[in-house]
Design a protein around this ligand. Sequence first.
Ligand code: ZN
Length: 209
Amino acid sequence: MQYQIIPVTEFQQNCSIIWCKSTKDAAIIDPGGEAELLKKAVEKLALKVTKILLTHGHLDHVGATKELANFYQVKIYGPQQEDKFLLDNLPHQCVQFGFPFSEAFEPDVWLNDGETVQVGDVIFDVIYSPGHTPGHIVFVNKIDKIAFVGDVLFKNSIGRTDFPRGNHRDLITSIKTKLFPLGDDIRFVPGHGPMSTFGYERMNNPYLI
Ligand SMILES: [Zn+2]
């Protein structure tokens, strides 16, 4: 699997384009905005976008989803259904954060813990990780030992839980019982900021020790 991280929106949200080296099939994870920038990157890499994957329903992670799904004629996978209230509420989130208008939408496929998503020959396990939002999921590729964790965990920090239906206890439980057991050597791309590993965070993250 290969990937390129492209920060989008004024929140510098880490949108990732991931692809299968052999088939060139690609997925866009958390396209929060700047659809044109993402389209250009896909074109430059000569990839075939086959899916859009969403970790959770916050605007800065999903704002360009509908536009890109229509443009590439692909289906939207994730998040888990508990985030429906956020996607239903997208026009309001846009006003709240001063973003360009995004219409409300539903993914084609809600995802649940233990399911898998395939992109070319690349397989992601879906890990249900509520807390930052009630329907947050994480995508893990165990072969390449890399996870796309949205706003669950950051380098030296954790996700906020002061948004609607956030839950601090659930978040800590998700990190400690769902993510860390995947292994210290798993690298992760957070929704914002630099990459890290589960091992580094398990040992050093001030919110978790
Ligand atoms: Zn978020």
